[in-house]
Every structure is written in structure tokens, then in C-alpha cells.
Design a protein around this ligand. Structure first.
Ligand code: ADP
Ligand code: F6P
Length: 467
């Protein structure tokens, strides 16, 4: 059987906790399939000109981890600059936050070339290569330029915006052309896939071969939607494991007189945390009966703190939490418990299960795995309610959640109120349907459906270095 080689910027030891959908999902996939995981070590070298060091190899269970370090200059231009200062905001529809510094793209290209140079010698002819996310869009083109003819697939974990927004990126045509070096490009939702189709039809004048196949730049590319899922069985197992149960009991004891609401996110402006807090404040302002009877636990793990938009959102969130507690709190009741940290993965299921409501209200999100984890952790006999942004990719699948527009403070507050009061029978009916969906479209389905398509998809030409 062909070996699976996954390539991503962020990699994680599959045996340890990680925050971020990509690392969590791929750790689960690779634990099952085995193979190699190639990426950045997380280490930054302060001396210039050091990026050309050796690849570090380490066996982690069934997975071989292969990592490289980055110099400060490369890291800042490629990761902070182009990936998270240009692609992340624009792909999340936030043109106002994009920093189109002309120097970033050279760093982005340099690191993609470095990845290709370091990865190519480790590859076998029949490897299946699966490249992940926006940091590495040009990687296949760079590998092809080095003569790699393996099948290469690409999956975008974040949203793809409509062509008019994408076109705000200087060099957007270069990025999309680079996608044609892959044999298969996967997106999180039907909406993202249709944005891609619109773009290649109107901007790249690609020929539509039907069934998601496109011809352009002397290549044929298969594209489609492959919504990512979670390992439901593993998550249910964690819920029932001693640490999961202990956390559940602890939360139930601590909040025995109150209904718990929960939010778990990376601290990212795309997650809509200030909007969420304003909706919660509106709920408290309009519904005095919620005072002393509802508590929101918000856990926000530190993320990309060297990008200024992230420190701005941190201050806004802290100030909102402080003012809600200041205005509504009592001597024996804090409406919001806010923690700026990552929680051990084994403790999340107990927290989810003890919560009556989950607030998953991003302004824009590729998928959002927290929504699916919350569903998996519920007690089917007394489940909680998912309040979900219609702008999360997950909303295309999770139709039985309470869907909200997070920009609409009053509307979101009303939905939270409804969720807190929802009768048991309705909670059960909704939960059953949601559970069925996440079980059917779990992480194994995601992986198998992408890789099965990749096994069939083959561009008619290969090895064309056109970048
Ligand atoms: P993203 O990939 O943008 O971070 P997702 O919701 O898709 O968003 O995935 C986040 C993953 O990281 C989930 O598996 C979630 O449990 C985990 N995670 C997010 N925030 C935290 C946190 N504060 N503590 C622990 N795990 C977290
Ligand atoms: O899931 C989206 C994603 O951007 C991943 O690509 C990334 O690994 C994760 O969020 C966490 O972000 P970062 O790697 O920048 O810490």
C-alpha cells in the first residue's frame, strides 16, 4: 500500500494535545494510517541564514515526524506576514485587517521552496502526498519543479471567499495558478468550492470538464468539497474515560444551581468573541431571570500573538468580560468566567457535557470542530443545545443547531435564550439528528473520501515548472 505523506505548517505529536482544527484532525488520521508528517518544528532560529539545516526525524507511534526549523526572517515574512497577515484575513473576508506588504510574498515563496527542497529527498515514487492549508499553496508547484511526479492533493482548512474578495490580494492569479500543480484541491464547504469554480471560470478562463474537473495552464485539476469531521468514537471514549467523567462531575457540582454556557476557541478575530460577549450581555440585560442562573465559561487559547490584530482582539475581549462582570455580577455570581489558555484535551468533553449551551459563533470559519466535539460529548438522554453561526462551514451540515447571525446582537441573544429554555424533547430530537450527521461525516470519512478521489484524480501532464 502507498505511504501517506502529510505536509502542513503546524504539526503535532499525535500522542499529545494540540489546539487548532488541522493538528487535531491530522493527528487522528495519521494515528490510524501511519505514514510521514512533514512540517515546521515550531522553532525559530535567531541567526540569519540558518534555515538550511537538516530535517529532524522522530518516530511518534505509527507516524514518522519530519521537521525543519525556520529563521526569524523567513518565519516573520512567511508565517506572520503572508500567511497570517494577508491570506488569513482576506480568506476570512477581512480586507480591513490585511497587511499587503510587498516583502512578504518573497518570504512565502522562499519557505515553500525550502519545504520542497527538504521534502523531495524523503519521498518514494509511489507516495501519496497531502498538503494542508493556506501556508503551503505553492508547494506542489515547487515539488513539481524538482521533478516530483507523485499524486499530490491539497486541502484548504479555511474558507475560500468569492472572486471579488480574493482578487484584492496582489498576486491572487499566481496563487490560483499554483493550485493547478495539484491533482486534487479540496474545500471545507459547497460554498467555498463554488467560489473556487466561479474564480477559475471568470478569472482564469478555465475549461469546465464537468464533475468538478477543470482544465487550465496545461493541467487538469479535480476540485470538490470534503467537510472535515472529528473522530466521534474517540471523543465519546474521552467523555466516558475517568478524566472526562471527573471533569463532568466537578463542573456539575460547581454549577449545580446554574446553567452553564461554554465557548472554546483560539483567540482569533474570526471567532467573533467580542460579538459573542455583546450578545451574552444583551441576554442578561433583557432577561433578569438569567441573573444568577446562567454562567458563560469562555476558554480562548493564545494564538499568533505577534500579529497586531490578535493583541487588539485580546484587549477588546478582556475589557468586555470585565465590564459584563462589573455591571451584572453579584457577590456570589460571576456571569463570565474567561480563561486565556489551552485546556488539556481530555478535560474538554466533561466541560462540554456539563454545559447546557455551546456558543460557536464565528464571524467566518472554514468548518469549526468545536461544534462537532460539543455534539459528540452530550448525554443523549439530556443533551445541550448548539448555538451556531451561519457563517461557520459547519452550518452547511448541522442544520438542527440554532443557527444565528453573529453580527445581529439581539437575534443571537434571543437564540441563546431559546437554547437555555428548550424543552428536553426538542433537545433530544435535535441532538439525535446532529449526532447522526457527525457520525456519518467523521474524520475517517473525510480522509477516505479525499484520498479515494485523489487516487483516481491525475492531471494529464506533470512536472511543469511554471511559477
Ligand atoms: P481552528 O482550527 O480555527 O482553531 P476549530 O474549531 O476547527 O478551529 O478547531 C479547534 C480545535 O482546537 C478543536 O479540536 C478544539 O477542541 C481545540 N481547541 C481550541 N481552543 C482550545 C482551547 N482553548 N483549549 C484546548 N483546545 C482548544
Ligand atoms: O485550522 C485552521 C488553522 O489555521 C490551521 O492551519 C492552523 O494550524 C490552526 O488553525 C492554528 O493556527 P496556528 O498554526 O497559526 O497556531
Amino acid at each position: 500500500m502507498a505511504r501517506l505523506v502529510v505536509v502542513s505548517n503546524r504539526i503535532a505529536d499525535p500522542r499529545k494535545t494540540a489546539a487548532g482544527g488541522l493538528a487535531v484532525a491530522l493527528a487522528e488520521v495519521l494515528n490510524n494510517t501511519g505514514g510521514m508528517w512533514f512540517g515546521w518544528s515550531g522553532k525559530i532560529l535567531e541567526q540569519p541564514g540558518e534555515s538550511d539545516g537538516d530535517v529532524k526525524l522522530q518516530q511518534a507511534g505509527a507516524v514518522k515526524l519530519a521537521t525543519i526549523d525556520l529563521t526569524r526572517e523567513d518565519h516573520d515574512a512567511y508565517y506572520l506576514g503572508y500567511s497570517n497577515g494577508v491570506l488569513w484575513p482576506v480568506f476570512h473576508y477581512r480586507l480591513d485587517l490585511a497587511d499587503f506588504d510587498a516583502g512578504y510574498i518573497a518570504g512565502y515563496r522562499r519557505v515553500n521552496q525550502l519545504f520542497a527542497r527538504k521534502l523531495a529527498p524523503l519521498l518514494k515514487d509511489d507516495d501519496i502526498i497531502w498538503v494542508q492549508d493556506y501556508h503551503l499553496i505553492p508547494l506542489a508547484a515547487e515539488l513539481r519543479a524538482l521533478g516530483c511526479n507523485q499524486r499530490i492533493g491539497f486541502f484548504l482548512h479555511i474558507p475560500l471567499p468569492p472572486p471579488l474578495i480574493l482578487a484584492a490580494i496582489p498576486g491572487h492569479d499566481w496563487l490560483i495558478r499554483a493550485l493547478f500543480a495539484y491533482d486534487l484541491a479540496g474545500f471545507q464547504s459547497k460554498a467555498d468550492h463554488s467560489h473556487f469554480s466561479e474564480y477559475v471560470r471568470s478569472e482564469a478562463h478555465a475549461q469546465d470538464l464537468g464533475e468538478g474537473r477543470w482544465r487550465a495552464f496545461n493541467r487538469t485539476l479535480q476540485a470538490g468539497a470534503y467537510p472535515i469531521g472529528i473522530d466521534v468514537e474517540e471523543f465519546v471514549g474521552l467523555t466516558e474515560a475517568p478524566e472526562g467523567r471527573e471533569m463532568y462531575e466537578r463542573m456539575k457540582r460547581e454549577y449545580s444551581r446554574r446553567k452553564l454556557l461554554v465557548g472554546v476557541d483560539r483567540l482569533d478575530y474570526s471567532k467573533g468573541l467580542p460579538h459573542r460577549m455583546r450578545a451574552f450581555r444583551e441576554l442578561l440585560a433583557r432577561n433578569p431571570e438569567t441573573h444568577n442562573s446562567a454562567t458563560l465559561i469562555q476558554i480562548a487559547s493564545p494564538s499568533r500573538e505577534d500579529v497586531s490584530a490578535y493583541s487588539d482582539i485580546l484587549h477588546e475581549l478582556e475589557s468586555l468580560c470585565g465590564s459584563i462582570n462589573g455591571n451584572f455580577g453579584e457577590l456570589d455570581w460571576m456571569p463570565v468566567r474567561y480563561m486565556h489558555r489551552t485546556v488539556a484535551r481530555a478535560r474538554l468533553p466533561g466541560l462540554y457535557r456539563a454545559s447546557r449551551v455551546a456558543l460557536v459563533t464565528p464571524l467566518r470559519d472554514g468548518m469549526n470542530l468545536v461544534a462537532k466535539e460539543f455534539i459528540a460529548a452530550q448525554d443523549p438522554e439530556n443533551p445541550g443545545v448548539l448555538v451556531l453561526s451561519r457563517f461557520a462551514g459547519a452550518a452547511e451540515q448541522l442544520r438542527e443547531a440554532l443557527l444565528v447571525n453573529p453580527y445581529d446582537t439581539e437575534g443571537t441573544a434571543s437564540a441563546i435564550h431559546l437554547a437555555l429554555q428548550m424543552p428536553l424533547e426538542e433537545r433530544k430530537t435535535r441532538h439525535q439528528a446532529l449526532m447522526k450527521t457527525i457520525q456519518k461525516y467523521d474524520v475517517h470519512w473525510w480522509c477516505a473520501s479525499f484520498l479515494d478521489t485523489l487516487a483516481q484524480a491525475r492531471s494529464e501532464e506533470s512536472g511543469t515548472p511554471w511559477l
